[in-house]
Ligand binder design. Structure first.
Ligand SMILES: *[C@@H]1O[C@H](CO)[C@@H](O)[C@H](O)[C@H]1NC(C)=O
Ligand SMILES: *[C@@H]1O[C@H](CO)[C@@H](O)[C@H](O)[C@H]1NC(C)=O
Length: 390
């Protein structure tokens, strides 16, 4: 090529390259604002958006009475459901039940863990039922609760396994009096999943795990402690509760990696926080708030450094995040968005007259309809994205 020709062409080429680079990067940022992997659905704020109506009411047959705040006549349910979660850099569409069930046709979704996952499930079932009123209860394969959606051949169910690992009560053998007041132990086999979910690896196409609020001394006080076993033998020297959780997480995560097929979408939801104000659940703690907390209040309520009664979620999340590093299990970080919602627990509206005097207020589970409906929007968005992009 003669050098004479090169000179007028050169600036032209530079210009073209720059133009292409510009178009490409604006395309990228357009996508970044649209799709979940590039857009963080867990960071954002709650915005009051009044004409918002929940998709279901107190008549949904999958409700659990204590969380059915409409039936239990909590007054401000309209307000609770008028807040909308708005992620920082993208829109979070509300789940379209018919479209989602269509996408899930011939597929199944399973939740495994504690009652906060059951809370999640109930919301999911009630929302999905809008698109298939023929939905019926389903409790096979060790499921605690679930539903089958016949129009779409979809099953969504919850397997109760509060510690994930297998555990069982063993009363004290010896009748010899001992001063520590030990009544027996709960034996935890850190390397064996609880029977409730041991045979489900092939059935579900999506699995959502959690564990958290059972790892406390209120559930397992020193008279009836957790004692950890591995390969059938007590771990020696004995380990405490948080170290026990660490070992259980390591073992359960590696079990999931090994036994659950890689085509199965796997999520691990972080804990939603409790909102006890003025004391713990057994110390008259309450959550009679009328609106979400403000951003600046969150650290005061939840930072473990403040040693408040609600520090547990952040504390445990840290261990869970560590255990999931380098795995294909996606983190469902519902903690931050739920931290705001001190206004959305069943509190004293539990449906039974003396429930509060016996159990205290419920500032841990969530009113339905309510905040778990937003968890459902987020989970379904992530499932949709994963299925559509293969
Ligand atoms: C329903 O879905 C299951 C998978 O969960 C599949 O094995 C079965 O063939 C499906 N049934 C029909 C009638 O399509
Ligand atoms: C809780 O409140 C009741 C009734 O007001 C009171 O009798 C009881 O002592 C309180 N308990 C604690 C732990 O503060």
């Amino acid at each position: 090529m003669p050098p004479k020709l090169l000179s007028p062409l050169f600036p032209c080429l530079i210009f073209l390259t720059l133009l292409l680079l510009y178009l490409y990067s604006s395309l990228l940022s357009y996508h970044a604002s649209q799709s979940p992997p590039h857009c963080n659905l867990f960071q954002g704020r709650w915005v009051l958006d009044p004409p918002r109506q929940p998709l279901y009411d107190h008549t949904c047959p999958f409700h659990r009475n204590a969380w059915n705040c409409l039936r239990n006549q909590r007054e401000n349910m309209g307000l609770i459901n008028s807040w909308k979660w708005v992620p920082e850099s993208c829109a979070l569409p509300r789940l379209d039940p018919a479209r989602f069930l269509g996408l899930m046709r011939n597929r199944n979704i399973g939740f495994v863990g504690d009652s906060l996952n059951e809370n999640f499930l109930v919301s999911f079932l009630c929302v999905l039922r809008v698109a298939d009123m023929g939905a019926r209860k389903w409790k096979r394969k060790g499921a605690w609760k679930g539903a089958y959606f016949p129009k779409f051949n979809v099953t969504v169910a919850y397997h109760r396994a509060v510690l994930l690992s297998k555990y069982e009560w063993q009363p004290k053998q010896s009748t010899v009096h001992n001063q520590d007041g030990l009544k027996g132990i709960y034996r935890v086999d850190v390397d064996i999943p609880a029977d409730d979910w041991v045979n489900i690896a092939d059935f579900y196409d999506v699995l959502v795990f959690n564990t958290g609020h059972w790892w406390g001394y209120d559930k397992f006080p020193k008279e009836t402690p957790l004692v950890f076993y591995r390969e059938g033998e007590p771990i020696f020297p004995p380990i405490g509760m948080l170290d026990g959780l660490k070992v259980v997480l390591e073992n359960m995560v590696s079990y999931i990696q090994k036994e659950v097929p890689s085509r199965t979408l796997k999520f691990w939801r972080l804990q939603s926080p409790r909102h006890f104000d003025g004391g713990d659940w057994n110390q008259n703690g309450s959550c009679l708030l009328n609106e979400p907390l403000k951003e600046f209040q969150l650290d005061l309520w939840f930072d473990p450094r403040n040693n408040g009664v609600n520090k547990e979620a952040r504390q445990l999340n840290h261990l869970i995040e560590e255990a999931l590093l380098g795995t294909e299990i996606q983190l469902l970080d519902l903690t931050h968005l739920s931290e705001f919602r001190a206004d959305a627990h069943p509190a004293i509206w539990l449906g039974k007259k003396d429930a509060v005097s016996i159990w205290g207020q419920d500032c841990m589970h969530w009113c339905l309809p309510g905040v778990p409906d937003t968890w459902v929007d987020i989970l379904s968005e992530l499932i949709r994205y994963s299925l559509e992009t293969g």
